[in-house]
Ligand binder design. Structure first.
Ligand SMILES: *Cc1c(COP(=O)(O)O)cnc(C)c1O
Length: 237
């Protein structure tokens, strides 16, 4: 829904958003596994409040942040003003930040270890609610990345769902930078099917069309919308 025309300074961002949406529409018409209405999560890490607000005014609702602290500095105000906004945590979550994260984020995409799952269950028990959760799978087994080892994924998902009764809706992955992503998307899709999990968060600016062809129900796109970021560290997640 478009409520207002974008201001001239925000025009580029709104145009890039519409371009990405058009590419999503094309990608899903060309693939039999694709979902009809995938969610476009605009990744706004390192991006200031103003460009984010341009998209909110344009009617975009789903956003992703990778750091709890940064999200806390930007989003409480924006969420007050735009209550329809849905915020996804896509970076690693430390157990001591669970409380703040669970209150601010609508979806936590990076559940990846028993200690974190237990802390989320404790939060749920104390507060009577819990954000929607995705289990992150470290498909490339990269030591610097979050995510459960693929060999441990079945056991860990079982633990979250059966033992803790957490609201696990699906899986998320970030393939290694230089890898052929389709192998990773296919692996995550297969694990999700085994557990009857409906949500698949996979695909970023450079590979979201491939991810959609593998049934991604949500893609996380940053630079293709906001322009190139100044990377503070090589691996923010
Ligand atoms: C930064 C980030 C993205 C978006 O990356 P782009 O290449 O800018 O689209 C997606 N997912 C995660 C987990 C990220 O940290």
């Amino acid at each position: 829904m478009r409520t207002k025309a974008p201001t001239s300074e925000g025009e580029d961002i709104a145009i890039r958003l519409e371009n990405v949406k058009a590419r999503i529409r094309t990608a899903i018409t060309h693939s039999s596994l694709a979902t009809a209405h995938p969610t476009l999560v605009a990744v706004s890490k390192t991006i200031g409040q103003h460009p984010i607000e341009t998209l909110l005014r344009w009617g975009h609702t789903s956003f992703g942040e990778n750091r709890v602290q940064e999200a806390l500095s930007k989003w409480p105000v924006l969420k007050d003003k735009y209550p329809e906004a849905k915020l996804h945590l896509i970076g690693q979550l430390q157990t001591n930040k669970v409380k703040e994260a669970a209150k601010l984020f609508d979806v936590i995409e990076t559940v990846d270890r028993p200690k974190l799952a237990e802390e989320l269950a404790r939060f749920r028990d104390r507060n009577g609610f819990c954000p929607a959760l995705l289990v992150q799978v470290n498909t490339g087994c990269e030591p610097q990345k979050g995510g459960t080892d693929p060999a441990e994924a079945d056991k860990f998902i079982q633990f979250c769902v059966s033992k803790l009764a957490l609201p696990v809706k699906g899986l998320m992955c970030i393939p290694p930078v230089d890898a052929e992503p389709s192998l990773h998307f296919g692996l995550v899709r297969a694990i999700a099917l085994r557990h009857e999990l409906a949500s698949l968060s996979m695909g970023m600016s450079k590979d979201f069309e491939v991810a959609l062809a593998f049934g991604a129900t949500s893609v996380r796109v940053g630079s293709a919308i906001f322009g190139p970021r100044e990377e503070l560290s090589k691996d923010d997640t």
